[in-house]
Design a binder for this molecule. Sequence first.
Ligand code: SAM
Length: 217
Amino acid sequence: MKIQVITLFPEMFEGVLGSSMLWKAQDKKLVEYKLINLRDFGLGPRKIVDDTPYGGGDGMLLKPEPLVAAIEAAKSSVVGNKSSVILMTPRGKKYTQAKAREFAKLENLILICGRYEGYDERITKFVDEQISIGDYVLTGGELPAMILLDSVTRLVPGVLGGDTSAEKESFSDGSSILEHPHYTRPEVFRGMKVPGVLLSGNHAAIETWRKQNSKKS
Ligand code: SAM
């Protein structure tokens, strides 16, 4: 899978892409990430990417020409040109684990990070889906894009250690069921004991306890 991100702040991704599972996913050649600096597509010698809104109002908007040029460059770098373009926006469809599963099946994702007051609405004609990570407003689409690419990457076969780890997690069966609580050593921590059944070695009883202690979100 290839995930390309169009952003004005590629440096924000360094820590996330360089650590833990996302780093391993690249190392194992299961996922390739490419950061595309929107500034490279800016207009004129000053590489302008934003402008004031028609009709007045606070803040600046991302201009359509640099954004669409960046989308087209990202698309043309994909073998067969089959890619899904996803715009991060509070106006989008609410992101869920089911959506993450859907995206994880795709070969090529192109994520667009908005900034400032947002973007010229005409870019939405060049986008396949608009995704919101929740009902709150962030400064830019970079953190939403990182959330999306993290949640998608861990679902790519071979990225997680155990074959079934992603299948047993919260929301994994398409429902709103949350995974049961977990415990590790020590058996007693500050007077709190690990539930006895987990120490019993009785796998059927453990499974029943886990089912009983999963809950609806
Ligand atoms: N003026 C916009 C509004 O009121 O809806 C907010 C713009 S926000 C400051 C700048 C950019 O951050 C957005 O264009 C979007 O790309 C990203 N963003 C902010 N919150 C987001 C969210 N909840 N989900 C996805 N993207 C978000």
